[in-house]
Write a protein that binds this ligand. Sequence first.
Ligand SMILES: NC(=O)C1=CN([C@@H]2O[C@H](COP(=O)(O)OP(=O)(O)OC[C@H]3O[C@@H](n4cnc5c(N)ncnc54)[C@H](OP(=O)(O)O)[C@@H]3O)[C@@H](O)[C@H]2O)[C@@H](O)CC1
Ligand SMILES: [K+]
Length: 522
Amino acid sequence: MTSISTPQRDALKCDLHSSRRDEQLLHALLTTNQMAEADRLTIDYGITAETLMENAGRAVATAIMNRWNICPVVVLCGPGNNGGDGFVVARLLAEANWPVRVALLVPLEKIQGCASYHAARWNGPIDTLTTATLEGAELIVDALFGAGLSRSLEGVAAQVLTAASAKNTPIIAVDVPSGLMGDTGENMGAVPCVLTVMFFRKKIAHLLQPGKRLCGDLIVANIDTPSSVFDCISPDCYENHPSLWVNALPILNVDSHKYNRGHALVWGGWPMTGAARMAALSAARVGAGLTSVAVDTSQNDIALSVYAITLTSIMAKPVTTQQDLDTILSDKRITGLLIGPGAGVGSDTKLRVLSMLKSGQATVLDADALSSFQQDPESLFQAINGPCVLTPHEDEFSRLFADLVPTSDNKLARARAAAKISRAIVILKGNDTVIAAPDGRAIINANAPSTLATAGSGDVLAGITLGLLTQGMEPFLASAAAVWLHGAAATHFGLGLIAEDLPDQLPAVLKQLVQLKKQPDT
Ligand SMILES: NC(=O)C1=CN([C@@H]2O[C@H](COP(=O)(O)OP(=O)(O)OC[C@H]3O[C@@H](n4cnc5c(N)ncnc54)[C@H](OP(=O)(O)O)[C@@H]3O)[C@@H](O)[C@H]2O)[C@@H](O)CC1
Ligand SMILES: [K+]
């Protein structure tokens, strides 16, 4: 009987720059500065700025022609290169016989650089931008501001976008909806678009709320930026994708037996038992060799019966005193711990969390385990000295970090700051879940369907995370994988999902991942 040893853990530790690097870089999220640098490097490489803009505008025009039939379009152009892209869109649509009008925010003579080159290639009339510009348009192309947005929208630009939104005319955004800050997802005057076409790679704003909601559908267009720009640009944030962690997924082999697949232990509270049971099932489904529930029998023995009767392959172990828990935790075959789902908020839960952290085993802290430290988060952070994952939703996050992390910061920045402060991996949940590590690595998830907004879905996520940690997977990668599996499981089930359905979807989703893992690295 062997437990997962430290060397095995280390062997599974890998960072994002592994042998799947090219595939991973497809999912890099760039800052506006990195995007500008990519542009500059591409021009050094020999592609002119005018060609890049032509490629960008063509990508938008093509996306429009692919989705809509010929109809009257108005293209709203701003003062910078986003506006330049707009002139290309207008020309290409007009060449394809679309009725196109252009409305410009600033006098034509203010347009400079390659935007002025493309403005000159537009043969049609140019209106001054006003709300009247929108009359008769059945599609609106928003090329007012892109990566260069530096302040809130005001004046005519803001009025026209507001009026366009009120008319419910579909708006197609060039690069980002104008008014959306590319690096933060902060809304400084943008209105919802049906489609956003961006170039080369997504930016953070395309995935973080409220940006994600404002963008509508996303198309990432290839504009011939060479991937060699990544020799000089080092992304530190990615969209969640199996290529980031599939190589680190626990594998089964002929030597696998239940003990070397790890032993997961879930704290089973009373009287709310469903949450811990679903978490335990999820840990087992994702591959923990053994899963046990430490059942709180301090109040009565019914708890043990409830857990034992409703769980079959999962063992229920009675815990009446703190000493009982410490005895269980001293079993070195246990390689992963979870407390929080249905644990109850209070000093008992606090003590149990501290015991778990003291054991040094990989620990997931969820729900009530986090809320129990609201008055004294420092004592939690001080106790975190080993592999640990915190899985707060926004309310739980603010209970722990409100005084430490500015609430005005965007979700990515807040998750990163919290990871640094707590020295744990932080999974900050939502429909734009952020996974952040103390060293600054971060992943934003985008595969979660809205059916996951259902009671108990967080308990399942905590259980999946536990199951992967238990098998020795590196905590940051295990967290990203768990979040992705959770979303994929929900998608696989479809409508009508309740949390109980999620663990049963995991085998099908894991099967696909195992195939991917077998494929040679790209
Ligand atoms: N790979 C790539 O990156 C590629 C990028 N391409 C395209 O380039 C776009 C970026 O272009 P860009 O840098 O010229 O910025 P953009 O947003 O057009 O305008 C900046 C101007 O707006 C002004 N301004 C800012 N905020 C304002 C406000 N609230 N209200 C009023 N004015 C405001 C600002 O003035 P300032 O802040 O300097 O006072 C400045 O004059 C990018 O989004 C993409 O579409 C493609 O062509 C090719 C490949
Ligand atoms: K735009």
